[in-house]
Design a binder for this molecule. Sequence first.
Ligand SMILES: [Zn+2]
Length: 312
Amino acid sequence: MRCLATIPLIALALLTFLTGCTTNPTTGRSSYYALSREEEIAIGQQSKPSMIAEFGGEVARADLRQYVTDVGMRLVATIGQDDPSMVNLPWEFTLLNSDVVNAFALPGGKVFMSRGLAQRMTNEAQLAGVLGHEIGHVTAQHTSERFGDAQRTGLIAGIGSILVGATLGVDVSGLANQASELTLASYGRDQENEADALGMRYMERAGYNPIGQLQVMQILASLDKNGRPPEMLSTHPYPEKRIENIQGKLRNEYAATQNNPNYRTGEQEFRANFLSKITIAYPPNREEDPALRTFALSRGLCSADCAHCVNN
Ligand SMILES: [Zn+2]
């Protein structure tokens, strides 16, 4: 009989694959999570620069980037109640300088949101809704779970050897590329509902009105109807079903947060500290984005003498 030490590493990886269902403390759900915590962190760190490059770089203004980071970290401060180890991930919130309407997350705590989405929001609770949803994909280990599914169905060839290499501290760029592709593919319906639910959980804990989650879904749905489907709905699909689920939660689980001053939407702060500044820094163009320009003007986000809004 062969002793364990002589079993090749690849066979050990396979053994883990066959038997390695674990329970995620945040979701309470048992599944096969193909990546170790170290691999998740390495993938996030290695993929981040190419994701930023693909979406036009970061927004230049530090105060706008910091605003998004502050809201994100307020939510992160609440996730330890489910799983203390998640708080210590190298969390980073990146505001992408892109007109597309999108947000996504890489495993290991890297969250991205486009300027095009941020400029269509009207309050801080909506921002918390998007960031909370993306944080939920990370804490629920959805990418790791999708790697597991991909292995089962043979979509990722040769992952065993890459995984072994990564475990031994070798370059994980092969995995990172695959993670980027998976990140920009669409999540399943169960994962989307789970991320919405986790986002609302974090919002409530951080003192945000979870209605922001509903409002941001309604913004995406209205963009979809008006003939320019936001990219976010291709990575995060099933808007109608999700709206129904979120409405149900607001009526039941989160009923006490509605019309309750302890749970804020943060409309004034969002407008003063973020929306008016980003509108002036990145004025929506009349030809390229007439709907966004109308939105900005109708809310008086530019003063009457603002050359951008009058002439652009
Ligand atoms: Zn999602």
